[in-house]
Design a protein around this ligand. Structure first.
Ligand code: PLP
Length: 382
């Protein structure tokens, strides 16, 4: 049959449903970010692209809380940031001390093993964090080359402080990798003050941009370690030495998406206009109000108050309620997306993100009303 005889298929105009993204990410995107995503692209070696890059670097330093010169974004989602951190700093035989208290920490461990690293773990139940004494004893005992922890563990809702971890890691000569995928733009990340050597994140959570870029920053100590590396990174795409030649040396490495860089730039400009401290305070206030609302409904939080991530909350699923049904009902009736727990916490917690444009008093009250209604429709008496 000749192709001319086939009727050309027709497709309706793309019309994504309206959603309120109260899940762990992606989160709501500001109209100004959508607007720049439709701007004309330039080539990945165009002088204009490098102007945008410079601005994004300056803005990223502001949200990361760092003066690190080596601050870029990887083309890819948060996982590419994680794999960049791991593949550049873990070689066969590298000893990695991992703070393991959730799914994303396990993922770092899995990546480190794939690089031939020797991973030792300090385990905590999902929802808990290591205290300073635990961290100090673990690192001094293991004397690792690399220490890795997840600042905001999205699978549990717990925030791991890093100052003691970094101080002891430096004492034994290790560099510290911190996953800041969920915290950046919504909680204080404070890379320099904490002492983090390699911090990576994503574009689609606290920064409120679509997924597609993974900001990463390297301390001078990390850059020194990278330069001293003897073996070649098995990943060409994520090799930071090659990426530095691209972003600093303007030498072709891959075709970076100007569109995504425009989006990230606008999302960061919005943060700068609001003021980072004001933005963080808005997220803290939204967190306090959501927790208050949950408690008024009789729900219990999975994580102790002092260890909670502000923008990702994990209330426990009440006895007798099916979390999947609540999730489906919210999506169907209100276009609201939330997520359930997974791994050890499957069926035990909800994972609710309150970030970016949704972290306001009105949105919080609207969400709490809809959430309570959905729980009650599923048999909850609170
Ligand atoms: N690390 C953490 C803490 C995360 O929450 C996520 C995603 O939710 C990732 C890494 C992976 O990011 P992505 O899904 O953007 O690849």
């Amino acid at each position: 049959m000749s192709t001319e005889t086939l009727a050309a298929p027709t497709f309706a105009t793309l019309a994504p449903p309206k959603r309120l993204l109260f899940g762990p990410g992606p989160t709501q995107v500001h109209p100004r970010v959508y607007e720049v995503l439709s701007k004309q692209i330039v080539g990945h070696l165009d002088p204009y692209f490098f102007e945008v890059l410079k601005e994004v670097q300056t803005l990223l330093r502001m949200v990361f809380g760092t003066e690190n010169k080596f601050t870029i974004a990887i083309s890819g989602t948060g996982t590419s940031g994680m794999e960049t951190a791991v593949s550049n700093f873990v070689e066969p035989g590298t000893k990695v001390a991992l703070f393991a208290a959730g799914y994303f920490a396990d993922r770092i461990g899995e990546m480190a093993k794939r690089q031939g690293g020797n991973v030792v773990r300090l385990e905590k139940p999902w929802g808990e964090v290591a205290n300073d004494a635990d961290a100090t004893e673990f690192i001094r005992r293991e004397k690792p080359d690399v220490v890795a922890y997840v600042q905001a563990e999205t699978s549990t809702g717990a925030f791991q402080q890093g100052k003691a971890i970094c101080a002891v890691a430096h004492e034994v000569g290790a560099v510290v990798i911190a996953d800041c995928v969920t915290s950046l733009g919504a909680m204080p990340v404070n890379v320099d003050e904490t002492g983090i050597d390699i911090a990576y994140s994503c574009s689609q959570k606290g920064l409120s941009c679509p997924p597609g870029l993974a900001p990463i920053t390297l301390s001078p100590r990390a850059v020194e370690r990278l330069k001293a590396r003897k073996t070649t990174n098995g990943s060409f795409y994520l090799d930071l030495k090659l990426l530095e030649e691209y972003y600093e040396g303007r030498k072709y490495h891959h075709t970076a998406s100007a569109t995504m860089w425009y989006g990230l730039r606008e999302a960061l400009v919005l943060i700068a206009e609001e003021g980072l401290q004001d933005r963080l305070e808005r997220h803290r206030r939204a967190h306090v109000n959501v927790v208050k609302g949950f408690e008024q409904m009789g729900l219990r939080m999975h994580v102790a108050p002092e260890h909670r991530i502000w923008n990702l909350l994990t209330p426990r699923v009440p006895e007798g309620v099916n979390d999947g049904n609540v999730k489906t009902r919210l999506l169907k009736e209100h276009g609201i997306e939330i997520m359930g727990g997974f791994g050890q916490l499957a069926g035990k917690v909800f994972r609710i993100g309150v970030m970016g444009p949704l972290a306001t008093d009105d949105n919080v009250q609207m969400f709490l009303r809809c959430f309570r209604e959905a729980l009650q429709a599923e048999g909850y008496k609170g």
